[in-house]
Design a protein around this ligand. Structure first.
Ligand SMILES: Nc1ncnc2c1ncn2[C@@H]1O[C@H](COP(=O)(O)OP(=O)(O)OP(=O)(O)O)[C@@H](O)[C@H]1O
Ligand SMILES: [Mg+2]
Length: 247
């Protein structure tokens, strides 16, 4: 099982929308586990028909496997996740051990994280093979990236393991009609080109509609939805290629 963590401390940059679509995309090909570590539970609501009997908080308490419910399985979020933020950091390694115990159960695990660097985030980073960081195209969102990169390095160093692959900054909720955002995107590409993921998720109302209806954007019946589907599937094609997820 390969583990993809979708993370950015910044809120509202499209993390959950991207994880839901990643779940639908990968489940077309391979056994897919999605873990919701955000107590807000938005992902759990969107993927509600795929929820397993084991909640995500259980993965921090003792090495635990999540029973599959189909090609797509969700370890749901509960408010009890807030209890993980206590003083006992042993749960970070327990979470890693839970994922290791599922090595043969799923081909890919995709983890949604809360908009803060929490103990849960460190657990996710310790278990990660790859990290994808959606960013909004604005100054504040880009400023937070250094902190994220430090956390990735810090966790690997502290637990003496190789760093996960940083797949890149994925421009998300990108309003291509805005001159200001286009200019910021150009300057970002010039400054941090090497950190930029080769793809984008444009700002489109269709994504919000898809998520609220509990289906991927490519399942909606319109030509704009087909275009959106191509755009976001291109992102996951590249993720699958870089993570060597074979159908
Ligand atoms: N590409 C997009 N185009 C338009 N709206 C989007 C897009 N992606 C996400 N949204 C909307 O923006 C809001 C935030 O998206 P989402 O919940 O995916 O972000 P998040 O990073 O997970 O937020 P949080 O940090 O609160 O967990 C939602 O209302 C969602 O429907
Ligand atoms: Mg979210």
């Amino acid at each position: 099982m390969k583990t993809l963590v979708v993370m950015n401390e910044k809120g509202g940059v499209g993390k959950t929308t991207i994880v839901a679509h990643a779940g639908w995309y990968f489940a077309e090909r391979v056994a897919t586990l999605v873990i919701d570590l955000d107590q807000q539970g938005n992902l759990t609501t969107t993927l509600g028909s795929h929820v397993s009997s084991v909640d995500s908080v259980a993965l921090f308490a003792a090495p635990t496997r999540v029973p599959a419910v189909g090609r797509l399985t969700v370890a749901r979020s509960t408010r009890a996740l807030l209890g993980v933020e206590g003083v006992n950091h042993a749960c970070i390694e327990t979470f890693r051990d839970s994922l290791a115990a599922m090595a043969g159960d799923y081909a890919i695990c995709v983890i949604d994280t809360p908009p803060a660097l929490t103990v849960r985030s460190f657990g996710a980073l310790l278990a990660a093979d790859a990290v994808l960081a959606p960013i909004g195209i604005n100054d504040y969102s880009i400023q937070g990236v250094a902190e994220l990169l430090r956390a990735i390095k810090g966790v690997a160093h502290h637990y003496r393991r190789p760093e996960p692959t940083f797949l890149g900054l994925l421009p998300s909720v990108f309003d291509r009609k805005s001159r200001r955002e286009r200019a910021l995107f150009e300057s970002l590409a010039a400054q941090a080109g090497k950190l930029l993921f080769p793809g984008i998720v444009a700002k489109r109302d269709l994504y919000a509609r898809a998520v609220s209806e509990g289906q991927p954007v490519w399942a909606l019946p319109s030509s704009a939805a087909r275009e959106a589907g191509q755009e976001i599937r291109h992102v996951f094609d590249e993720v699958a290629r870089r993570m060597e997820i074979d159908p």
